[in-house]
Design a binder for this molecule. Structure first.
Ligand SMILES: CC(C)(COP(=O)(O)OP(=O)(O)OC[C@H]1O[C@@H](n2cnc3c(N)ncnc32)[C@H](O)[C@@H]1OP(=O)(O)O)[C@@H](O)C(=O)NCCC(=O)NCCS
Length: 228
Protein backbone atom coordinates (compact mmCIF):
# COMPACT_ATOMS: atom_id res chain seq x y z
CA UNK A 1 0.00 0.00 0.00
CA UNK A 2 1.17 3.49 -0.83
CA UNK A 3 0.03 6.72 0.82
CA UNK A 4 0.81 9.73 -1.32
CA UNK A 5 0.94 13.23 0.17
CA UNK A 6 0.08 16.00 -2.28
CA UNK A 7 0.79 19.68 -1.75
CA UNK A 8 -2.28 21.34 -3.25
CA UNK A 9 -0.55 24.66 -3.70
CA UNK A 10 2.01 23.08 -6.04
CA UNK A 11 1.52 22.31 -9.73
CA UNK A 12 2.38 25.34 -11.84
CA UNK A 13 0.62 24.74 -15.12
CA UNK A 14 -3.01 24.64 -14.06
CA UNK A 15 -4.29 24.52 -17.64
CA UNK A 16 -2.32 21.34 -18.33
CA UNK A 17 -3.56 19.81 -15.06
CA UNK A 18 -7.17 20.75 -15.85
CA UNK A 19 -6.86 19.06 -19.23
CA UNK A 20 -6.41 15.75 -17.41
CA UNK A 21 -9.88 15.96 -15.83
CA UNK A 22 -13.10 14.58 -17.30
CA UNK A 23 -16.12 16.83 -18.01
CA UNK A 24 -17.72 15.99 -14.67
CA UNK A 25 -14.58 16.99 -12.74
CA UNK A 26 -14.17 20.16 -14.80
CA UNK A 27 -17.80 21.11 -14.09
CA UNK A 28 -17.25 20.53 -10.37
CA UNK A 29 -14.09 22.68 -10.45
CA UNK A 30 -16.02 25.46 -12.21
CA UNK A 31 -18.73 25.48 -9.54
CA UNK A 32 -16.40 26.56 -6.71
CA UNK A 33 -16.81 30.24 -5.89
CA UNK A 34 -13.33 30.48 -4.41
CA UNK A 35 -10.52 30.44 -6.95
CA UNK A 36 -8.09 28.87 -4.49
CA UNK A 37 -10.53 26.06 -3.63
CA UNK A 38 -11.12 25.43 -7.34
CA UNK A 39 -7.39 25.38 -7.94
CA UNK A 40 -6.82 22.87 -5.14
CA UNK A 41 -9.60 20.68 -6.54
CA UNK A 42 -7.93 20.64 -9.97
CA UNK A 43 -4.54 19.88 -8.41
CA UNK A 44 -5.88 17.05 -6.22
CA UNK A 45 -7.90 15.37 -8.97
CA UNK A 46 -5.14 15.67 -11.56
CA UNK A 47 -2.65 14.26 -9.04
CA UNK A 48 -4.94 11.31 -8.28
CA UNK A 49 -5.23 10.62 -12.01
CA UNK A 50 -1.47 10.79 -12.49
CA UNK A 51 -0.84 8.60 -9.43
CA UNK A 52 -3.37 5.95 -10.48
CA UNK A 53 -2.07 5.98 -14.05
CA UNK A 54 1.30 4.72 -12.76
CA UNK A 55 -0.43 1.67 -11.22
CA UNK A 56 -2.63 0.74 -14.17
CA UNK A 57 -0.33 1.77 -17.03
CA UNK A 58 -2.98 3.97 -18.66
CA UNK A 59 -2.88 7.67 -19.49
CA UNK A 60 -4.13 9.86 -16.65
CA UNK A 61 -6.80 11.56 -18.76
CA UNK A 62 -8.16 8.22 -20.01
CA UNK A 63 -9.01 6.89 -16.56
CA UNK A 64 -12.75 6.47 -16.00
CA UNK A 65 -14.30 6.65 -12.55
CA UNK A 66 -17.58 5.27 -11.33
CA UNK A 67 -19.31 6.18 -8.06
CA UNK A 68 -21.40 4.21 -5.59
CA UNK A 69 -24.71 5.58 -4.30
CA UNK A 70 -22.87 7.58 -1.60
CA UNK A 71 -20.34 9.15 -3.96
CA UNK A 72 -17.35 6.88 -3.33
CA UNK A 73 -15.21 6.86 -6.46
CA UNK A 74 -13.60 3.72 -7.93
CA UNK A 75 -11.85 2.97 -11.18
CA UNK A 76 -14.37 1.66 -13.70
CA UNK A 77 -14.02 -1.94 -14.85
CA UNK A 78 -13.35 -3.77 -11.61
CA UNK A 79 -12.25 -1.05 -9.21
CA UNK A 80 -8.63 -2.19 -9.03
CA UNK A 81 -6.47 -0.82 -7.51
CA UNK A 82 -8.47 0.48 -4.53
CA UNK A 83 -7.87 4.10 -3.71
CA UNK A 84 -9.08 6.83 -1.39
CA UNK A 85 -8.62 10.61 -1.49
CA UNK A 86 -8.82 13.16 1.31
CA UNK A 87 -7.98 16.84 1.43
CA UNK A 88 -7.72 19.49 4.14
CA UNK A 89 -6.14 22.91 3.81
CA UNK A 90 -3.18 22.78 1.45
CA UNK A 91 -2.67 19.03 1.78
CA UNK A 92 -4.26 15.96 0.23
CA UNK A 93 -3.60 12.26 0.74
CA UNK A 94 -4.22 9.56 -1.83
CA UNK A 95 -4.04 5.98 -0.53
CA UNK A 96 -3.65 3.13 -3.05
CA UNK A 97 -3.85 -0.63 -2.39
CA UNK A 98 -4.11 -3.53 -4.82
CA UNK A 99 -7.61 -4.34 -3.59
CA UNK A 100 -9.82 -4.27 -0.49
CA UNK A 101 -11.74 -1.65 1.49
CA UNK A 102 -9.52 1.41 1.86
CA UNK A 103 -10.17 4.81 3.40
CA UNK A 104 -7.87 7.71 4.19
CA UNK A 105 -8.62 10.95 5.98
CA UNK A 106 -6.65 14.08 6.77
CA UNK A 107 -7.91 16.86 9.04
CA UNK A 108 -6.26 20.20 9.67
CA UNK A 109 -6.70 21.20 13.29
CA UNK A 110 -9.06 24.11 13.80
CA UNK A 111 -10.76 25.78 16.74
CA UNK A 112 -13.60 23.50 17.83
CA UNK A 113 -15.73 22.96 20.89
CA UNK A 114 -14.28 19.55 21.64
CA UNK A 115 -16.72 18.37 24.32
CA UNK A 116 -19.78 19.58 22.42
CA UNK A 117 -18.75 17.93 19.13
CA UNK A 118 -17.66 14.72 20.84
CA UNK A 119 -21.07 14.45 22.50
CA UNK A 120 -22.77 15.01 19.15
CA UNK A 121 -20.66 12.80 16.86
CA UNK A 122 -18.56 10.36 18.88
CA UNK A 123 -19.57 7.08 20.52
CA UNK A 124 -19.91 6.85 24.32
CA UNK A 125 -16.54 5.02 24.52
CA UNK A 126 -14.79 7.68 22.44
CA UNK A 127 -16.31 10.53 24.44
CA UNK A 128 -15.22 8.89 27.68
CA UNK A 129 -11.66 8.35 26.40
CA UNK A 130 -11.47 11.88 24.99
CA UNK A 131 -12.78 13.66 28.05
CA UNK A 132 -10.39 11.62 30.22
CA UNK A 133 -7.41 13.26 28.49
CA UNK A 134 -5.53 16.19 30.07
CA UNK A 135 -6.45 19.58 28.56
CA UNK A 136 -3.27 19.88 26.50
CA UNK A 137 -4.02 16.56 24.72
CA UNK A 138 -7.70 17.22 23.98
CA UNK A 139 -7.31 18.76 20.55
CA UNK A 140 -4.87 16.13 19.29
CA UNK A 141 -7.15 13.40 20.66
CA UNK A 142 -10.20 14.96 19.04
CA UNK A 143 -8.70 15.23 15.55
CA UNK A 144 -7.03 11.86 15.83
CA UNK A 145 -10.45 10.35 16.61
CA UNK A 146 -12.14 12.34 13.84
CA UNK A 147 -9.63 11.27 11.16
CA UNK A 148 -9.82 7.60 12.22
CA UNK A 149 -13.64 7.66 12.15
CA UNK A 150 -13.65 9.30 8.74
CA UNK A 151 -11.07 6.82 7.40
CA UNK A 152 -13.35 3.91 8.39
CA UNK A 153 -16.45 5.59 6.93
CA UNK A 154 -14.58 6.23 3.71
CA UNK A 155 -13.33 2.66 3.53
CA UNK A 156 -16.92 1.42 3.84
CA UNK A 157 -18.05 4.00 1.27
CA UNK A 158 -21.36 4.59 3.01
CA UNK A 159 -20.92 8.25 3.93
CA UNK A 160 -22.86 9.50 6.90
CA UNK A 161 -25.52 6.82 6.43
CA UNK A 162 -23.21 4.86 8.75
CA UNK A 163 -24.05 6.44 12.15
CA UNK A 164 -20.94 7.98 13.68
CA UNK A 165 -21.87 7.02 17.24
CA UNK A 166 -22.35 3.35 16.34
CA UNK A 167 -18.65 2.51 16.16
CA UNK A 168 -15.57 3.42 18.21
CA UNK A 169 -11.94 4.01 17.32
CA UNK A 170 -8.94 4.15 19.65
CA UNK A 171 -7.91 7.76 20.27
CA UNK A 172 -5.82 7.56 23.43
CA UNK A 173 -2.20 8.68 22.92
CA UNK A 174 0.23 5.78 23.10
CA UNK A 175 -2.40 3.20 22.13
CA UNK A 176 -2.27 1.62 18.66
CA UNK A 177 -4.83 3.01 16.21
CA UNK A 178 -7.68 0.51 15.96
CA UNK A 179 -11.38 -0.03 15.42
CA UNK A 180 -12.62 -0.93 18.93
CA UNK A 181 -16.27 -1.79 18.34
CA UNK A 182 -18.79 -1.54 15.54
CA UNK A 183 -22.51 -2.20 15.97
CA UNK A 184 -23.06 -1.90 12.21
CA UNK A 185 -20.48 -4.60 11.28
CA UNK A 186 -19.06 -6.34 14.40
CA UNK A 187 -16.69 -8.51 12.31
CA UNK A 188 -14.94 -5.40 11.00
CA UNK A 189 -13.25 -5.02 14.40
CA UNK A 190 -10.91 -7.95 13.72
CA UNK A 191 -10.63 -7.27 10.00
CA UNK A 192 -9.70 -3.61 9.75
CA UNK A 193 -6.14 -2.42 10.19
CA UNK A 194 -5.24 1.17 10.95
CA UNK A 195 -2.13 3.24 10.42
CA UNK A 196 -1.33 6.79 11.39
CA UNK A 197 -0.08 8.82 8.47
CA UNK A 198 2.86 11.16 9.14
CA UNK A 199 1.69 14.70 8.38
CA UNK A 200 2.98 18.16 9.40
CA UNK A 201 2.15 19.58 12.85
CA UNK A 202 -1.41 20.86 13.02
CA UNK A 203 -2.82 17.97 10.95
CA UNK A 204 -4.11 14.50 11.87
CA UNK A 205 -4.39 11.68 9.37
CA UNK A 206 -5.21 7.98 9.34
CA UNK A 207 -5.77 5.13 6.93
CA UNK A 208 -8.19 2.23 7.50
CA UNK A 209 -7.85 -0.94 5.44
CA UNK A 210 -9.52 -4.33 5.13
CA UNK A 211 -7.90 -6.50 2.47
CA UNK A 212 -4.99 -8.77 1.63
CA UNK A 213 -1.89 -8.13 3.76
CA UNK A 214 0.42 -5.73 1.94
CA UNK A 215 2.59 -4.96 4.97
CA UNK A 216 3.07 -1.47 6.36
CA UNK A 217 2.26 1.38 3.96
CA UNK A 218 4.91 3.30 2.04
CA UNK A 219 4.57 7.02 2.72
CA UNK A 220 5.44 9.00 -0.39
CA UNK A 221 5.31 12.61 -1.63
CA UNK A 222 3.77 13.39 -4.98
CA UNK A 223 5.88 15.77 -7.07
CA UNK A 224 4.36 17.31 -10.17
CA UNK A 225 6.42 17.12 -13.31
CA UNK A 226 5.74 19.38 -16.29
CA UNK A 227 4.42 16.56 -18.47
CA UNK A 228 0.67 16.67 -19.06
C1 LIG B 1 -18.43 12.25 1.88
C2 LIG B 1 -17.34 12.26 2.92
C3 LIG B 1 -16.39 11.18 2.49
C4 LIG B 1 -16.58 13.59 2.93
O1 LIG B 1 -15.50 13.56 3.77
P1 LIG B 1 -14.66 14.88 4.09
O2 LIG B 1 -13.86 14.62 5.32
O3 LIG B 1 -15.58 16.05 4.11
O4 LIG B 1 -13.73 15.10 2.83
P2 LIG B 1 -12.39 14.38 2.35
O5 LIG B 1 -11.55 15.41 1.72
O6 LIG B 1 -11.76 13.58 3.44
O7 LIG B 1 -12.89 13.34 1.26
C5 LIG B 1 -13.44 13.76 0.07
C6 LIG B 1 -13.17 12.70 -0.98
O8 LIG B 1 -13.68 11.44 -0.54
C7 LIG B 1 -14.16 10.72 -1.69
N1 LIG B 1 -15.54 10.36 -1.38
C8 LIG B 1 -16.70 11.00 -1.65
N2 LIG B 1 -17.73 10.29 -1.16
C9 LIG B 1 -17.21 9.20 -0.57
C10 LIG B 1 -17.78 8.08 0.11
N3 LIG B 1 -19.09 7.92 0.27
N4 LIG B 1 -16.94 7.13 0.60
C11 LIG B 1 -15.62 7.24 0.45
N5 LIG B 1 -15.01 8.27 -0.19
C12 LIG B 1 -15.81 9.24 -0.69
C13 LIG B 1 -13.99 11.62 -2.90
O9 LIG B 1 -12.76 11.24 -3.51
C14 LIG B 1 -13.87 12.98 -2.27
O10 LIG B 1 -13.04 13.85 -3.02
P3 LIG B 1 -13.69 15.00 -3.95
O11 LIG B 1 -14.77 15.65 -3.16
O12 LIG B 1 -12.54 15.91 -4.27
O13 LIG B 1 -14.21 14.29 -5.15
C15 LIG B 1 -18.09 11.92 4.21
O14 LIG B 1 -17.37 11.08 5.05
C16 LIG B 1 -18.65 13.09 4.94
O15 LIG B 1 -19.49 13.80 4.45
N6 LIG B 1 -18.22 13.35 6.13
C17 LIG B 1 -18.75 14.51 6.88
C18 LIG B 1 -17.79 14.99 7.89
C19 LIG B 1 -18.28 14.77 9.33
O16 LIG B 1 -19.31 15.26 9.76
N7 LIG B 1 -17.48 14.05 10.07
C20 LIG B 1 -17.69 13.78 11.44
C21 LIG B 1 -16.54 12.87 11.87
S1 LIG B 1 -16.57 12.60 13.57
Amino acid sequence: MDIWQINLDSGDDLTALRDLLDPNEKARADRFLSESVARRFVVSHSAVRRILSTYVGQCAQELVFEYNGHGKPALAGGGSPSFSLSHSGELALCAVAQSGELGVDIEQWREVRVAELAKRFFSATESRHLLGLPDHELKAGFFSCWSRKEAYIKAKGLGLSLPLDQFSVELRPGMPAALLDCAYAPDDVGRFRYWNVPVPPGFAAAVAYNGPDEGAPNFRSWVFSSRA
